[in-house]
Design a protein around this ligand. Sequence first.
Ligand code: PHE
Ligand code: NA
Length: 456
Amino acid sequence: MENREQWGSRAGFIMAAIGSAIGLGNIWRFPATAYENGGGAFFVPYLFALLTAGIPLLILEFTIGHKHRGSAPLSWARFSKKTEWIGWWQVAIAFVISTYYAVIVAWAISYTVFSFNLNWGKNPTNFLVSDYLKVANPGEIGSLVPGVLIPLIVVWIVVLGILFKGVKKGIEIANKFFIPILVIMFAIIVIRAVTLDGAAQGLTAFFEPHWDKILDGKVWVAAYGQIFFSLSIAFAIMITYSSYLPKKSDITNNAFITGFANSGFELLSGIGVFAVLGFMAVQQGISVPELAKEGVGGVGLAFMVFPKIINEFPGFNQFFGILFFLSLIFAGLSSLISICETYISALQDKFKISRNKAVWFGGGLSAIISLLFATKGGLNFLDVVDYFINQFGVALAGLVEVIVISWILRQLDPLKKHANAISDIRIGGWWKICLGVITPIVLGYMMFDLIRQNIK
Ligand code: PHE
Ligand code: NA
């Protein structure tokens, strides 16, 4: 416990936390989610979720990690031996995510290379499915696709290489490098995007508020889901990262900075994505809603729609292609590092092994399993696993976390005291109401709704 690694600086921790938060969820999940759930009106449930669940939970997880100085399982065990399993469960979710998140980063590496010659040709959808992922022939499901395998190996070498170096010399330095560059690259893309022909149409479609949606339970579920995934909450990550904080750390302030930085990036990304969609709609002579019918999020947005847009860019096509896919790589890598660190830390704490052994064992296992998604047909696998993790993993783990802390262990008061003793911003009764009442009710409703839908 005394020899636990530490961040070298406050900025280092904040960069790492922001690096974990800012990921594919910001770039390809938020714009589509907001658009499909009320456009401008989505910001009401979204901000509500951020302020009553996102930031309060960040404060909670930062406090738990800081106070208990352990990986997620150890931190939960320090409340009570009986709750150690919650930490392992969260780590297990993180482990599963790491196996396929790595594959998506690998695709982004390939597409960065493809950008140099716009290799995806005139029909990027076909290219992705048949030429790159080779999912076309059902007869050959299962064999490895070399085009994915090679970048995937690169991803693991980079990620594990950083993790071998440890918290201060590895994770911290990597994030201090990745995040500023990511923000600059992304800002260049967005500035170019909003000056494109048709950008105004795209932004109008994105921000136009559909107020009738605001009473729809599904929209609230979407807002909470987005906040949880986007802030990396309930995956053991923020507990792990904050366990490396020095004794004197302004936890509450750090949580606000992380939460707002992540949402700021999300907003930026919504603007950028819809500005280019507006451009594309104008090119094709259709309206943005018509264009958006085909889906404007996820794998489709990044690897089918974007290559198409890059084809039609009015100059510097290759440059913007490279910039976009490099952004995906940087955003993805910094999140992937944080996911892997959860189980590396947990293995070290539990089995008293060295960091190197934990990286070899945990990271190695994840790397091997990730090969599954680099096979012909792996894309379908990835979709299914991602769906279940997002729907059930996140909401349920979050729900269990808030209920156990507030109502079973009754730890809100001691944790509040701990946070207030070291933070500038003081949290009070409002924080307790958010975590003890509002969040359990909303998440409980979410789970109920999900189960009902899946039974139907
Ligand atoms: N928060 C990251 C994002 O927005 C995703 C992530 C999920 C990171 C789970 C770590 C763990 O993309
Ligand atoms: Na995010």
